[in-house]
Design a protein around this ligand. Structure first.
Ligand code: BT5
Length: 335
């Protein structure tokens, strides 16, 4: 059985246990039309999603703390109320390799700007330069939006920065303070990474192109999964008591949609000041890694096209996206 088939098969049971309350084997069996022994077998399989299920004699089974599952109807309602103009097509999946891969496949069909693939879990979530995005089941947000740019790739300077701002606006609307940006694609809260952005393009520099905008945003990261993250990280749940994942996703979708529509009309320049207000590295000693090459200097904001500016002595170097990784000049290890 393939992994996503297992997810589909297990989902009715996951929904019954999502409240976090104890459910007896008998109740679960009657709801799903199977025996108590079959329920026990299914409960064991939930471990493969990183879902630990407690069992107590006389009470039954529960997922401690419960799960805030994504709900398509609820999401559509939030997005429809929140989006002033335009429209979004929501494609909600349980388990995928990468939502970016699905959206890239959809971009080859006649799907318009605003198509969104969301998943409860990614088995091969990816970051830039072949890095991994840790994507446990039903805890965080994994989202990819497709956008078509008729003017071609030459018009996309600063796009990932604008998406970063959309994530910042979302987090602020949810009530989070201390949100900042790290060029080109990280969103930080009090210097720890809470979200990452991965843009993948199809088309060429001169003709029309399609861009898949992938965003991973941590909501309530389980401890076991967090052990795989190779740099300081955080999630919304560490800063706010109550988080409604559907609300966060709904806001995130409308903020990204609005940011892309504005970017398409106006380009990056109108967002530059807002980006600079959230720049966490400005004025700090940093190292820029360009493949094997290393340049040390002081972060000096961004250019009008959204490039990273680095002061080295009296001169200023400018770096555009792609192969660049920036680290603070400390001993901390940042991937
Ligand atoms: C990114 O790459 O930050 C882009 C991440 C984009 C993820 C989304 S999820 C939806 C869509 N589908 C995908 O397959 N991808 C996109 P990068 O700058 O290369 O950062 C990767 C690094 O971030 C890793 O090497 C880890 O150090 C760290 N990391 C991995 N998972 C993390 C997480 N959940 N939270 C915080 N940091 C993480």
């Amino acid at each position: 059985m393939k992994e996503n088939e297992l997810a589909t098969e297990s989902y009715p049971l996951i929904k019954l246990l999502a409240s976090g309350q104890f459910c007896s084997g008998e109740f679960l069996g009657s709801q799903l039309g199977i025996s108590r022994a079959a329920i026990w077998k299914k409960i064991k399989k939930l471990e493969s999603f990183g879902l630990h299920c407690e069992s107590l004699k006389g009470k039954g089974y529960r997922i401690p703390g419960g799960l805030n599952l994504l709900d398509k109807k609820q999401l559509e309602q939030i997005v429809n109320e929140d989006l002033a103009s335009g429209s979004v097509e929501l494609d909600l999946r349980l388990q995928v390799g990468s939502t970016n891969t699905i959206a890239l496949e959809m971009s080859e069909q006649a799907v318009p700007s605003g198509y969104v693939c969301l998943a409860e879990q990614q088995l091969a979530g990816r970051g830039r330069l072949g890095r991994t995005w840790v994507s446990p089941f039903a805890r965080n947000i994994y989202l990819s939006m497709l956008w078509r740019f008729p003017a071609g790739a030459g018009s996309l300077d600063g796009l990932s920065l604008v998406v970063g701002l959309a994530v910042v606006r979302t987090l602020k609307r949810c009530g989070l303070d201390g949100v900042g940006l790290k060029w080109p694609n990280d969103v930080l809260v009090l210097d720890k990474k809470i979200a990452g952005i991965l843009l993948e393009m199809q088309g060429d520099a001169t003709g029309a192109c399609s861009v898949v905008i992938g965003v991973g945003l941590n909501v309530t990261m389980p401890a076991a999964a967090s052990e795989q993250i190779t740099q300081p990280w955080t999630d919304i749940g560490s800063h706010l008591d109550k988080v409604d994942r559907n609300k966060v996703v709904g806001y995130l979708i409308t903020e990204i949609y609005n940011a892309l529509a504005t970017f398409q009309r106006e380009g990056f320049l109108s967002s530059k000041q807002e980006w600079e207000r959230h720049d966490t590295f400005r004025g700090q000693a940093v190292s820029v890694y360009l493949g094997d090459q290393l340049v040390n200097g002081v972060a000096d904001g961004i250019s009008e096209r959204g490039e990273f500016r680095l002061k080295v002595g009296e001169s200023t170097h400018v770096f555009s996206g792609g192969e660049v990784t920036i680290r603070r000049d400390t001993n901390e290890i940042i991937a």
